[in-house]
Design a protein around this ligand. Sequence first.
Ligand code: NAP
Length: 324
Amino acid sequence: MKAIVIREFGGPDVLKLDEVERPVPTGAQVLVKIGAVGVNPVDTYLRSGVYPKLPPLPYTPGKDSAGVIESVGSDVREFKPGDRVYTSGSLTGTYAEYALADEKDVAPLPDNVTFEQGAGIWTPYATAFRALFQKASAKAGETVLIHGASGGVGLAAIQWAKNAGINAIGTASSAEGKQLILDNGADAAFDHSDEGHLDAILEYTGGKGVDVIIEMLANVNLERDFKALAMFGRIVVVGSRGSLEFSPRLTMGKDASIFGMSLFNYSEAERLEIRDAVFKGLSDGSLKPVVAKRFALADASAAHEEIIASKAAGKIVLIPTTDH
Ligand code: NAP
């Protein structure tokens, strides 16, 4: 089968399409024939070798995907060949035509959700759910600022928030991104490349500020977020790509809380809570993954360049085969 193989850490050109042996599931493993692969920013951090925990080389990247169960190990109970599924993890990597996964890292994909949409489920929706509800405990009637709402996690956060009766404000740096934020149900959209946007958001809330900020670029925004934060506000650091000078006193005046989070740290109970909420939301149509761009598997390097360099407008996916 075809798979992307990384033999050395480096720039996007280390993503090479190769011919590798198709894995065979044993025990509680399933083999998924992949219809679409989700590309996440973390895939680029791992590829470049700058992430705290790196996979041994060589490796095939990716954990998000959607497709059909091809075959199962003898201990698999929940799935059978032909079932439509999405993955939240993979033993062999999802940038491939087939991927091996533990049964627990596979979930049913409702019939109304395409493979391309399914590839954009786990990392974005689980991260947004964990940030909003398991960390910030956001509640109906509160106001949330999703600071960086035009990408995978941000659009998922808008959808979760609106479904829960939370007022959602989003930011993007393009007209297309702002429109997408509004189309996904946000009450207002602002431009984070505009220096005055946090003052404008404070004004939008009538001077009260927002109860929760889901922060996608903390190294740029964490200090100035306090301008638009309400008393007793909570900030969840979801993304950060560097460091900043920060005045801790800012947290005192507002009795504010800052939460860090990594999707890798959820408990089993939290994982199951997310998985159940995702299935319900996808099935009833209240969660709708937004696909921005598709690339062939062979063009994974272009997809990696795109996710870091371009303005976001939903998810970037890779398509390994065309015979689904
Ligand atoms: P994405 O699809 O590439 O979207 C990136 C988002 O960041 C876009 O909405 C982009 O807006 C926005 N952004 C760019 N500059 C910004 C700024 N100055 N202020 C605020 N937002 C800004 O990425 P994603 O999948 O949504 O992930 C978002 C971040 O969360 C990434 O850093 C990712 O690594 C991180 N993440 C963390 C976890 C975790 O477990 N902690 C899990 C998943 C993702 P424009 O393009 O419109 O400027």
